[in-house]
Design a binder for this molecule. Structure first.
Ligand code: PLP
Length: 362
């Protein structure tokens, strides 16, 4: 059945080998987290990750996704990680399914401590420091707040402060560099000196930090990276370069043509707004061969689809339809043919989330 997301397990394994080599051998990290949220913790891909000897942590932003692989992860001696700051309403589930959660709010950490006490467990946390990207974390300039928070955490019986971490290039698009990652390491060392403890992890970011590891320039003291997109699509997300040893076509969308007709490229009549309330713009290409494929904005992000046939253009679409210009293609498309696309991050995430898209593993 189409539309379908074709997942090439051999290629994904190759990408995993490549990012592990970059992170650990070139970057000098002592651990690597692989992030499962981009494919909604797909069970087959989760198994591939769990079985890989160089993966130490399996991470996701949603507790529900983590619950689906907690047993699998533990079977392979991997720890589970919650990347999004926990909701106060979910602390019981976090303590139950997650080994290490990322935190920035002392009130929530107190709730985790209570929940862990009730469950008879010690829950590990990573304290997030905001080094300027302005998503999650205690702001790096508020050093007093950082130290007070650490002090209170160290007094909690059922919480272990496992380390500190930073997230970059998500909201503010700030690029990881020596100054912001080095700054995080300095904060880690200050915490260790002030409280006479040793932090087990200084987590230096996501797929936007891997370019530094590849150049062997990851600041000394960063011990971990968390990788989703670079593993799935093979790129560093700071400069969008292709990482050595990876491929960008491990995930392919296939959709079927349901209509193919020659029509003008300009609509006829007064222009109002489209199905999404936007005023479209058209380019006059004369009479063209227009193919409609059965996939739309409800399933994916049309701007993040890259046709494998380079002579096919995406003209636009609506909830359930995507319209292609196949005029210049060398292939004589017909109704029933399948058109294939490489994917960008947003398009892939939506496809993995859509219940209308089937998955095929090769
Ligand atoms: C999503 C996420 C990651 C993984 O990001 P990629 O760019 O896909 O590697 C890492 N850390 C946090 C906190 C995240 O939310």
């Amino acid at each position: 059945m189409y539309p379908r997301l074709v997942i090439d397990m051999k290629k994904l394994k190759g990408n995993l080998d490549a990012v592990a080599h970059i992170t650990k051998d070139k970057g000098g990290c002592d651990s690597m987290m692989i992030v499962t949220k981009c494919l909604c913790a797909d069970p087959m891909v989760s198994r591939l990750i769990a079985e890989h000897p160089m993966v130490d942590f399996m991470a996701d932003s949603r507790t529900k996704n983590i619950a689906s692989f907690t047993d699998l992860a533990h079977e392979y001696l991997k720890q589970t990680v919650l990347l999004r700051i926990p909701m106060p309403c979910e602390v019981e589930d976090v303590v139950k399914y997650v080994d290490l959660s990322f935190n920035s709010e002392i009130s929530t950490i107190r709730l985790l401590n209570e929940a862990a006490a009730k469950a008879g467990k010690v829950h590990k946390i990573l304290l997030m420091i905001d080094m300027g990207d302005l998503r999650e974390g205690i702001f790096f300039q508020n050093e007093d707040t950082i130290m007070e928070t650490v002090q209170e955490i160290l007094g909690m019986e059922n919480i272990e402060l496992y380390g500190v971490g930073v997230n970059l290039t998500c909201y503010g698009a700030i690029i990881p560099k020596e100054d912001n990652l080095g700054g995080l390491v300095k904060i880690a060392r200050k915490i260790e000196e002030k409280f006479g403890i040793k932090l087990k992890m200084v987590s230096g970011g996501n797929s936007s930090s891997i370019y530094l590891a590849d150049k062997e320039q990851l600041p000394e003291g960063i011990t971990n990276l968390r990788l989703g997109e670079s593993f799935l699509l093979g790129n560093d997300t700071a400069y969008l370069t292709k990482l050595p040893g990876t491929v960008d076509d491990a995930l392919i969308l296939e959709a079927q043509i349901v209509e193919l007709k020659e029509k003008p490229s300009l609509p006829i009549g007064d222009v109002g707004v489209d199905a999404f309330g936007e005023k479209p713009e058209y380019e006059d290409r004369g009479i063209i061969k227009r193919a409609i494929i059965a996939v739309g904005k409800q399933d994916t992000d049309l701007g993040g689809m890259i046709p494998l046939d380079e002579k096919v253009d995406i003209l636009g679409g609506s909830s359930d339809h995507t319209i292609l210009d196949v005029t210049k293609s060398d292939k004589e498309y017909k109704v029933g043919d399948v058109v294939s696309f490489k994917l960008e991050y947003g398009a892939m995430l939506k496809l993995a989330t859509s219940p209308y898209v089937t998955k095929e593993y090769i």
